[in-house]
Ligand binder design. Structure first.
Ligand code: GAP
Length: 439
C-alpha cells in the first residue's frame, strides 16, 4: 500500500504514544511536538543507527556534541545574519503572513484577498539575550544549523583526535537546531525546533566532486537498508539558482510523502567548498587550515556535508512502515519498522494471566531479556489483543508462555510481519533474538 495520509499517521502517533502536540493541555503551542514512550525510543534508535553508521563503523570520522548558543559573531561571519532569510508577505485584509513562493495566484489562502504587501526578507534565526540585561550587546542566537559548531571546532578535533586525522576525514554531530519558519505543519515535517544529524567530511578540493557523489549514494543506501521502500526515494540535484549561499553543488534525497506534500527533501548533501573554514579563519583571525605532510604546505580543505533531520527521518520511517491488511476478516494495522529502529524489540505475555505458573515464567523471561534489549511484559488482555497492540507500535517479536512451556521450557516467538510462530527453548531465546536484532 502507499504511505498513509498524514491524518491517519497523526492519529496513530497520538493514540499509541509516538508523538503528542506539545503543551496540549494548554491548547498546544506553535507546531511544536513531544515524543511519547514509543516515539522517544524510535527517535533514539534513529540517532543511534546514524551514529553507528557514520561514526563507529568508519575509521575516518569523529563525533562532537556542541552548544546551541554560540558567539553571535559566528552568524555574522557565516553569512546567516545577512542571508538566512525567507521572503514574507502580509495580507492587508486579515494580516496573516505567508511565504509568497507558496501562494497560488498571489492570493491570501486565509481570506482570498489579493491585496498583499511587497515581499520583505525575514531572518529565520531565533534571537535571545544572554545575561540579565536585554540590550543589543547581549543578543545571541539559537543555532539554525548544527554544522557551524563543527567548523569552529575544526582545529580542536584535529589536535585531539587519535590517531591524528588525515584528509579525507569527517566530524559528525547530532543536535537541536532552531528556525523561525513562516510555514510549519504536516506533523513534524517542518517545525521551528528540530534535530539534525550532520557530517562535515573534509577533503582535498580536487576530491570533492567524487566524494560528493559517493556520499549521496551512501546516504541513500542507509535509508534503504533501514527498510525505506526504494521506489519512494529519489535523488534530486539542485539547480544553480536554488543553491544556498555557501554551496557549489547540492543534491537532496527526497521521499514521496503523502499528498498534498508529494516529493520533498529528506536530507541534503552539499559541497560547501572551503567557504566556512575560510570565512571563520578570516572572521576570527585564527586560520583554520590543514598541514599537508606530503607537500609541506597548508591548505583549507573543502567539505562535503550530508545533512539530515532526525525528526523528519523519524516521520519518514513511520510513514513508510505503516501498513494495513485484512486478517481473518479484521483490519490489522502494522508498523513494519526495521527491528533496529523498533521502539520495543520484544514483548512477553503469559497465555492466561490467572495461571500463576504462566505469569511467573513469563516475568522471569522478561527479567532475563530486559538488560539486553527494550522489552515489556503485558498481561492486560487476551493474547490476540496484545499481539495487535504490539503490531501497531512495530514490535518485531512477541513471546508467549503457554501450557507446553511449563512442561518443556519452550515458548512461542511470533514474528510481527509473517505472524508465524517458532517454538524456542528459553535458554536459546537471547541468542535467537540477537541473531535477528544485531545490536
Ligand atoms: N547545514 C545544512 C542545512 O542545515 P538544510 O537543508 O537547511 O541544510 C538539513 O537542513 C535537513 O534538516 C533537512 O533535509 C531536513 O531534514 C532538516 N530540516 C531543516 N529544516 C527543518 C525544519 N524546519 N523542521 C524539520 N526538519 C528540518
Amino acid at each position: 500500500m502507499a504511505a498513509p495520509s498524514m491524518d491517519v499517521l497523526t492519529s496513530l502517533c497520538k493514540r499509541r504514544g509516538f508523538i503528542f502536540p506539545s503543551s496540549e493541555i494548554y491548547g498546544g503551542f506553535a507546531s511544536t511536538w513531544d515524543y511519547g514512550p514509543f516515539g522517544s525510543e524510535l527517535k533514539r534508535n534513529v540517532r543511534e543507527a546514524w551514529w553507528r553508521r557514520v561514526v563507529w563503523e568508519r575509521p575516518d570520522v569523529e563525533g562532537i556534541d556542541g552548544a546551541i548558543l554560540m558567539a553571535p559573531r559566528i552568524w555574522e561571519v557565516s553569512g546567516h545574519l545577512a542571508s538566512f532569510t525567507d521572503p514574507l508577505v502580509e495580507c492587508k485584509s486579515c494580516h496573516q503572513r505567508f511565504r509568497p513562493d507558496l501562494l497560488e495566484e498571489n492570493r491570501c489562502p486565509n481570506c482570498g484577498s489579493t491585496d498583499l504587501t511587497e515581499p520583505r526578507q525575514f531572518n529565520m534565526m531565533f534571537k535571545t539575550f544572554v545575561g540579565p540585561v536585554e540590550d543589543d550587546a547581549s543578543v545571541a542566537y539559537l543555532r539554525p544549523e548544527t554544522c557551524q559548531t563543527i567548523f569552529v571546532n575544526f582545529e580542536n578535533v584535529l589536535n585531539t583526535a587519535r590517531p591524528t586525522p588525515k584528509l579525507p576525514f569527517g566530524i559528525a554531530q547530532i543536535g537541536k537546531a532552531f528556525r523561525n519558519e513562516i510555514v510549519t505543519g504536516n506533523l513534524t515535517f517542518r517545525t521551528r525546533e528540530f534535530e539534525q544529524f550532520e557530517l562535515e567530511y573534509f577533503c582535498r578540493p580536487e576530491d570533492a566532486p567524487r566524494l560528493h557523489q559517493e556520499w549521496i549514494q551512501e546516504r541513500l543506501r542507509w535509508y534503504v537498508e533501514l527498510g525505506i521502500h526504494p521506489e519512494r526515494l529519489r535523488i534530486r540535484p539542485h539547480e544553480q539558482k536554488e543553491l544556498a549561499h555557501y554551496a557549489a553543488a547540492c543534491a537532496d534525497i527526497e521521499y514521496r510523502f503523502p499528498d498534498p506534500l508529494g516529493w520533498r527533501e529528506l536530507e541534503g548533501i552539499a559541497n560547501r567548498t572551503d567557504y566556512d573554514l575560510r570565512r571563520h579563519g578570516e572572521g576570527s583571525g585564527h586560520p583554520l587550515e590543514y598541514f599537508d605532510e606530503a607537500t609541506g604546505q597548508h591548505l583549507v580543505p573543502y567539505v562535503i556535508e550530508p545533512s539530515g533531520g532526525v525528526d523528519r527521518a523519524v516521520l519518514v520511517f513511520l510513514l513508510d512502515a505503516y501498513d494495513e491488511e485484512e486478517v481473518r476478516g479484521e483490519k490489522r494495522v502494522v508498523l513494519r519498522l526495521h527491528p533496529l529502529l523498533a521502539p520495543l524489540k520484544v514483548a512477553v505475555f503469559p497465555l492466561k494471566r490467572n495461571v500463576p505458573e504462566l505469569v511467573e515464567m513469563a516475568k522471569g523471561i522478561f527479567g532475563r531479556l530486559r538488560p539486553h534489549m527494550r522489552a515489556i511484559y503485558d498481561d492486560t488482555g487476551a493474547i490476540g489483543r496484545l499481539y495487535r497492540r504490539m503490531d501497531e507500535v512495530g514490535t518485531p517479536y512477541c513471546i508467549t508462555v503457554d501450557f507446553q512451556s511449563l512442561e518443556d521450557q519452550t515458548v512461542t516467538v511470533r514474528d510481527r510481519d509473517t505472524m508465524v510462530q517458532d517454538r524456542v527453548h528459553v535458554d536459546e531465546l537471547l541468542l535467537y533474538l540477537r541473531e535477528k536484532i544485531p545490536w
